[in-house]
Design a binder for this molecule. Structure first.
Ligand code: HEM
Length: 164
């Protein structure tokens, strides 16, 4: 089990943890936001959630990718079976990772930009507008879909089912 593999795996697991933590942050913040409905704190908390998840996401996805590639090559495997061997469970994980990044780029990021713009349009006294609340609840749903996809890869990685 070489030191390189262990160091990469530790960073990989921390990155996976960071990614799935977004769901717990959203769960807690959602309740705080609802408890402050109509007060200036509602907008501040919603903005904070967008900033926290917008910071964790790119960090986690880059951490996963770089250490994932490192461990794959370190174990003598290849990416997506191109020019060599990739275990079935890892092949599926790599495909799911690509799907996740496409989901983030095509669906999640444009939605969060719309939400950030709606926050800016909020009234001068800092209270939330209904349009932003609607965009916010759509963002929660998309965030949960994202977390479920990450969870599938965690299960696949630990279970390592014989595929193919
Ligand atoms: C959502 C994305 C991903 C998540 C949540 C994730 C999560 C994990 C977790 C939790 C483990 C540790 C499993 C264990 O030791 O029991 C693991 C192992 C591993 N992951 Fe990922 N992973 C992801 C994407 C990737 C990608 C894209 C690659 C390759 C490019 C990759 C390559 C690997 C490898 C090679 C191992 C096994 C390392 C070893 O045991 O030597 N992972 N992954």
């Amino acid at each position: 089990m070489g030191a390189v593999r262990n160091i990469l795996l530790i960073i990989h697991i921390i990155s996976a943890g960071l990614w799935i933590t977004e769901e717990f942050i959203s769960f807690i913040m959602r309740r705080l936001i609802a408890a402050n409905r109509g007060k200036p704190a509602e907008l501040t908390l919603a903005n904070a959630t967008l900033v926290i998840n917008g910071t964790f996401g790119p960090l986690a996805s880059m951490g996963i990718l770089l250490t994932g590639i490192g461990m794959t090559l370190n174990n003598g495997w290849v990416l997506l079976g191109i020019g060599g061997y990739t275990p079935g469970w890892l092949f599926v994980k790599q495909v799911i990772y690509i799907v996740l990044i496409v989901f983030v780029m095509v669906v999640l990021r444009p939605q969060s930009e719309k939400l950030a713009a709606a926050f800016k349009a909020a009234t001068s006294d800092g209270s939330m507008i209904d349009e932003a609340r609607e965009l916010g609840s759509r963002m929660w749903t998309l965030g949960t879909i994202h977390s479920l996809i990450v969870l599938v890869n965690i299960i696949l990685a630990v279970w390592k089912p014989a595929i193919g």
